[in-house]
Design a protein around this ligand. Structure first.
Ligand SMILES: Nc1ncnc2c1ncn2[C@@H]1O[C@H](COP(=O)(O)OP(=O)(O)OP(=O)(O)O)[C@@H](O)[C@H]1O
Ligand SMILES: Nc1ncnc2c1ncn2[C@@H]1O[C@H](COP(=O)(O)OP(=O)(O)OP(=O)(O)O)[C@@H](O)[C@H]1O
Ligand SMILES: [Mg+2]
Ligand SMILES: [Mg+2]
Lengths: 165, 159, 159, 165
């Protein structure tokens, strides 16, 4: 299972539709402070089903929709799409390519798609649940969170092993 | 379920104890269960002893030692249960240049089984990348991807 | 007492609003009292808007923007009430190279009135230092001061 | 008021007596991870009267005494001395040079000295109280604490202004 493409449109500072094609090998993302690097991490987290606005640095979920800037008006919707190569069928799907999309409107409406078919959030979460990309896993380490493993209580750390188990 | 947790825990603990001295150039570390009799609710204790130092509580470790120990645990888990995708957002901020180089070499070891996406502003980490994407805000408040020539960034980083 | 707090607060708020655009190359920031009618228990609210961006809650700022805003507040307070000694332990870990250079220049502005001791592993910060002390652990577990040639460190840092 | 000399002996990783002479200008302290840089910060904090072991990363105060290493036995006492140039009398003392020393023994005994005369902890704390080096001030920013100003509640931040007032 490999992430091939990430499309971000209207999510946080990505006002314009942005497409990133990933290749083989280790991908580095660089840029100045505040340019949008961590927003990319959060776009992926959100598309995989993150439900807590706090885990995306927001107060409530609509905070992740582009809020405007000097030169631009706010947008009314945010969309993130992930496309995975699933030839090894690590994701429990018959498709060789799996596309996940999540859309949020400012009025609070949400839509979710799996290979262009409308679905519920829970279907996306279930799809990734046994892939190692679940919520407690170590697969996404947010900025400033590496110390958390130390400051967490012994009881909290068990989640990491449970996720891997 | 308790058995599966136990098996995963023991494999992770073994990998953690093996990787730590490789990451730190010596020393030792352990994972242990706070309550081995209760696999459903037991917590996990970490001990870490950098090379040459006395074993003390985790809080006394330096900022860089704590980050490196957490990174070691990450690699131990990947060892036991490979994750297909792993996104690291500036996890090496507290590391000195020598440890940044260690970290980069470790990424390369696991890169066959794990797709790493690494956000960084450390030049040493950029040296270990195969592809670089740049993010910029040429128009204020709006992010845009820009191409970054890997060879240039690496040449500058190794200067 | 309430009056003195108010006077100090207003002076700090003024300095903070002046220094922020210098530190960020634009934008604006403010300090405000959560309860101006109760000077003995009021809290302090911070708002910060980097150049070109919309004013949003602090939590949405990037790691580097948050660090730079906190550093701005530090310099605002030093402006109002100079501290004789200020020790900074890796406060610039989250800053990119350009902002590290800003930070270094700001240290130099206040260096007449404040004795700064700066712990760092960032080469850009080392460029702003007048004296460098090195700490090493040649014998494991035992710290020892070693001399570091400032010119060498700075020449290497500017490479 | 300027810090001229710092002497550390038996405090954390500084098993051997270490003397640092500070000069004019901005002083940088560099070195590898775990070499002892933050321990220097904490030695100064401790000598100025820090009473919380947690603020020194320890569990209880004797944790700050050198605990031994591969090659060395633990020590039984920690001592830190600070010498200030006080010609401007920013510190409320008649002396032109002020020396503060703090000693802790593993059995828990503590001794404090102000210009070589035995004193109580409170005398040291009072001496520095109006100098801007008090506990809530911004004068010592520990590793990892720069973010705290953001994560702190509005009510907590007032301490910084109170200290400066
Ligand atoms: N809903 C939104 N609309 C517009 N801009 C937003 C929104 N949410 C966050 N931002 C902006 O995105 C920027 C943060 O981006 P991000 O955290 O990705 O930066 P970064 O590249 O990771 O920087 P650093 O190197 O400092 O960590 C902030 O300046 C913030 O104001
Ligand atoms: N009581 C003690 N006795 C001996 N060693 C100690 C004691 N307390 C802490 N240490 C050691 O001191 C080291 C930490 O030093 P310190 O935090 O000053 O490092 P540092 O130079 O700031 O590193 P970094 O760059 O990672 O922040 C740790 O390795 C720790 O084990
Ligand atoms: Mg970031
Ligand atoms: Mg440190």
């Amino acid at each position: 299972m490999q992430l091939k493409t990430l499309e971000i449109s209207g999510f946080k500072s990505f006002a314009d539709k942005t497409t990133i094609q990933f290749n083989h090998g280790i991908t580095g993302i660089v840029g100045p402070n505040g340019s949008g690097k961590s927003n990319i991490t959060e776009a992926i987290r959100w598309a995989l089903g993150e439900q807590s606005a706090k885990n995306l640095r927001g107060g409530k979920m609509p905070d992740i929709i582009f809020a405007g800037s000097n030169a631009r008006k706010p947008l009314n919707r945010a969309e993130v799409s992930l496309t995975f190569d699933n030839q090894d069928h690590q994701l429990k799907s018959d498709y060789d390519e799996v596309n996940v999309s999540r859309v949020l409107y400012r009025d609070g409406t949400s839509t979710f798609y799996l290979n262009q078919k409308s679905c519920r959030l829970r279907d996306i979460v279930n799809l990734f649940m046994d892939s190692g990309l679940g919520r407690e896993s170590f697969s996404i380490i947010s900025q400033g969170k590496i110390a958390a493993i130390f400051n967490s209580k012994p009881a909290q750390r068990r989640g990491i092993i449970e996720e891997a188990a | 379920v308790g058995q599966r947790f136990k098996a995963t825990f023991e494999a992770t603990a073994k990998a953690f104890a093996e990787i730590f001295p490789l990451m730190f150039g010596g020393g030792q570390a352990n994972l242990s269960l706070t309550d081995p009799t209760d696999l459903l609710t037991t917590g996990i204790e970490i001990t870490a002893q950098p090379p040459g130092k006395k074993l003390q509580q985790l809080s006394l470790l330096s900022g860089g030692e704590q980050a490196l120990t957490a990174i070691t645990l990450l690699f131990a888990i990947i060892n036991v249960r490979p994750v297909p995708l792993c996104i690291l957002d500036e996890v090496e901020a507290a590391l000195d240049e020598a440890n940044v180089a260690h970290f980069g070499r470790f990424l390369k070891r696991y890169d066959q089984q794990t797709q790493f996406i690494v956000i960084t502003h450390r030049k040493g980490t950029m040296m270990a990348m195969d592809v670089l994407f740049g993010v910029a805000m040429q128009e204020s408040g709006v992010s845009k991807m820009v191409s970054v020539a890997l060879e240039d960034a690496q040449r500058e980083a190794s200067a």
